[in-house]
Ligand binder design. Structure first.
Ligand code: IMP
Length: 185
């Protein structure tokens, strides 16, 4: 029987990426799969802190092994914003499109050579009887002045990776899953 691992998300895109990165050694369960509809606290002021909070919440309340990630887009010209606030950059009830619009608007006068950014992924693994451990990974890129590509999710359409000459939204899943912040973490 495969080992079960809860991935603390209901984001279908994220789950797909994690499943592709981890392969089929483990059975991955989403929050829906374990009937968890709680608003899991993410009140830390770092991505690591939030990932840890989510993973520990699951193992403390459900007694299951859990894998949680928290990602931030860090834009140099915005002093590292949106960073830990990436999910709600345009406001609590806003979506990916509104978040992208806000970044593009704030970057509209920033010249090309100053548009560097990175995705930073912190992930935490909690297992009953073990200390919670955290890992991190980054991918470097630049922010385009408009959207490009229809794959991926979140900020992918504006995140250009010079090494590959395309945005993470223009990459096939197999390409993104080799170079991504999440894959490295
Ligand atoms: P979270 O890690 O699910 O909390 O995501 C934080 C924010 O970063 C959300 O706005 C996501 O859409 C965005 N995000 C997370 N992972 C990625 C990614 O791989 N590419 C682009 N945006 C991402």
């Amino acid at each position: 029987m495969k080992k079960k691992l809860v991935v603390a998300t209901n984001n279908a895109h994220k789950l797909e990426e994690i499943a592709a990165i981890l392969g089929d050694e483990m059975e991955l369960l989403s929050l829906n799969d374990i009937h968890c509809d709680a608003d899991i606290p993410e009140t830390a002021d770092t991505l690591e802190g939030n990932a840890r909070q989510k993973a520990m919440y699951i193992y403390e309340n459900y007694g299951m092994d859990c894998f949680a990630d928290d990602t931030g887009l860090e834009v140099e010209a915005l002093n590292g914003a949106p960073g830990v606030y990436s999910a709600r950059y345009a406001g609590e009830n806003k979506d990916d499109e509104a978040n992208i619009d806000k970044v593009l608007d704030e970057m509209k006068d920033v010249p090309e050579e100053k548009r560097t950014a990175r995705f930073y992924c912190a992930l935490a693994v909690s297992r009953p009887g073990h200390d919670t451990v955290t890992f991190s990974g980054t991918v470097e890129g630049t922010i385009l002045s408009g959207r490009k590509g229809g794959n991926g999710f979140g900020y992918d359409p504006i995140f250009y990776v010079p090494e590959l000459g395309k945005t993470t939204a223009e990459m096939a899943p197999e390409e993104k899953n080799v170079i991504s912040h999440r894959a490295k973490a």
